[in-house]
Design a protein around this ligand. Sequence first.
Ligand SMILES: Nc1ncnc2c1ncn2[C@@H]1O[C@H](COP(=O)(O)OP(=O)(O)OP(=O)(O)O)[C@@H](O)[C@H]1O
Ligand SMILES: [Mg+2]
Length: 335
Amino acid sequence: MTRASEPGSPLVEARGLSVSFASPKRFLSRHKPLIVQAVKDVDLTVNAGETLALVGESGCGKSTLGRALIRTLPHSAGRILFKGEDISKLRGETLRRARAGFQMIFQDPYASLNPKMSVFDTLAEPLIVHGTDNRTAIRRKVEEMLDAVGLDRAFASRYPHEFSGGQRQRIAIARAVILKPDFIVADEPLSALDVSLQLQVLKLFDDLRQRFALTYLFVSHDLARVFGFADRVAVMYLGRIVEIGAASAIVAKPAHPYTQALLAAAPSPDPKLEATREVPRLTGEIPSPANPPSGCRFHTRCPSVMPLCRTLEPEMRSAGPGQEAACHLVGSPAN
Ligand SMILES: Nc1ncnc2c1ncn2[C@@H]1O[C@H](COP(=O)(O)OP(=O)(O)OP(=O)(O)O)[C@@H](O)[C@H]1O
Ligand SMILES: [Mg+2]
């Protein structure tokens, strides 16, 4: 499990992965609790060294998929492979050890940092938990990490409330990276920051990836933001991956009507253009994941819907080099 991975080889894989939740039974309701399939039969490969962005509207299952991949949330079906080994059934101490290679970074750094712990203790804790007990080594690693995330070493004795939002996110990132994990799930790590800070923190993510040979699953609902940053993009809709491919290919030629609609609705980076642009909106409500539409889950909102789409769920098909989409129109003469 500690073998190094060749850049580009599969690092984390989901095979037929599903995660369901039983929604809480309503008080005095005679109905059975609803089962929400937050992630449904997902196949996904994250390659060593890449940044894979996971995008899609709120509630489509991005966070659930990210957490299930790093085994912090139980899955209901399917397998998870890490460096080719099945980790879906690990329990207890072996699971805990495997998870040292995985880290998560959240949207709100304030919520993910303990307000009662100094920066030094916040960064030292994961080292101590995973067996480093030499104080000199701990101090050296904490200082190295503070340098790497662009924070003054003198900040080590301060507490989270003494920092700005951007600095707090740097502390949370330092804590996630200090054990040199193989794989980081960053769940909307920019959403709480203003635009100028977002760019700085993105640059930090990229620097750290190169320096520490990290691999990211970067969860975001902001398509425009991830395209310049991610190597590949996976698009999720109602618990399913509907399109995946190189970021440059998807932005140039999105194959799935859902990706096309998301891209059309994404704000333009040019504020003047943005002010005058008519934004095509995705019509219709997002259906309930407890009762997803038959056939293609997107058919109730799709501008190109055909009768077939209501009955047959499309499989992933090649939509170009390294690009795949789950749509009956892809690869057909009409496209
Ligand atoms: N602990 C839970 N119990 C019950 N249902 C849940 C739970 N966590 C998530 N869900 C449901 O699973 C679905 C997917 O949720 P998830 O949080 O993964 O979406 P998301 O894409 O991360 O959304 P957002 O962009 O808002 O963060 C939603 O319908 C959500 O209500
Ligand atoms: Mg989420």
